[in-house]
Design a protein around this ligand. Structure first.
Ligand SMILES: C[S@@+](CC[C@H](N)C(=O)[O-])C[C@H]1O[C@@H](n2cnc3c(N)ncnc32)[C@H](O)[C@@H]1O
Length: 202
């Protein structure tokens, strides 16, 4: 097998085994983060960097029948796994780069980016795009199921194309979100989770 030279190649190769890395505790933790997002029935929610869709069942549960979940990922193989696991009812799958979102302004009520932000090459552009596609008052949740130091160690140990994909520290993340126009920014960096939240001003 050749060594991946792009993120897309790296995650395409990982896709068939990605679900094996997700424990029941991870699924519960994602459910807890999604439950904290204040998603209402009928909402449109973007899962940016959905992978195989660990967050999709919880998102589907909160938006209910009238809402919509859009799973976006740069890896077609990740999306293929997600499609098979989670189906098409109320849910769409879009292959794109998180730094150039193929959606109209103000399309989404909320946006989750779980375990993906450090992999985005142009993080400032991605935050601007996230702000553009959120409706005024909509919130972005940038999350990890372990703290920053642990996430960064995992990526450094993996090396290769993801070796330098690092989670910003809380102060830097706050500045980045504010520079992209978000308000009410909070960043919690704890051993068992990292959650940055920003709100698009009304
Ligand atoms: C560590 S996985 C996390 C997947 C999923 N959110 C989860 O929690 O299981 C990171 C995901 O980010 C995606 N990704 C990496 N770079 C991306 C980019 N530039 N745009 C969109 N998705 C990207 C990968 O393909 C992969 O599915």
């Amino acid at each position: 097998m050749s060594v991946p030279t792009t993120h897309r190649e790296f995650f395409d190769e990982l896709a068939p085994s990605w679900e094996d890395y997700i424990s029941p505790l991870d699924r519960a933790a994602v459910g807890t983060i999604v439950a904290s997002m204040g998603i209402l029935p009928g909402d449109r929610v973007l899962d940016l960097g959905s992978g195989t869709g660990v967050a999709i069942p919880a998102l589907q549960q909160w938006v209910k029948h009238d809402g919509r979940v859009v799973a976006l990922d740069i890896s077609g193989q990740m999306l293929e796994e997600a499609r098979v696991l989670h189906g098409q009812v109320g849910t769409s799958y879009v292959q794109a780069d998180g730094s150039a979102l193929p959606f109209r302004d103000e399309t989404f009520d909320a946006l989750l980016c779980n375990a993906t932000f450090p992999h985005l090459r142009d993080k400032d552009a991605a935050l601007r795009e996230i702000g553009r596609v959120l409706r005024p008052g909509g919130r972005v949740y940038i999350a990890h199921l372990v703290g920053r130091e642990r996430t960064n160690a995992i990526h450094r140990n993996a090396g290769g194309v993801i070796g330098q994909d690092l989670v910003p520290d809380a102060d830097e993340m706050k500045l980045m979100l504010e520079a992209a126009g978000f308000s009410d920014v909070t960043v919690a960096d704890e051993p068992a989770r990292y959650v940055a939240v920003g709100r698009r001003p009304v």
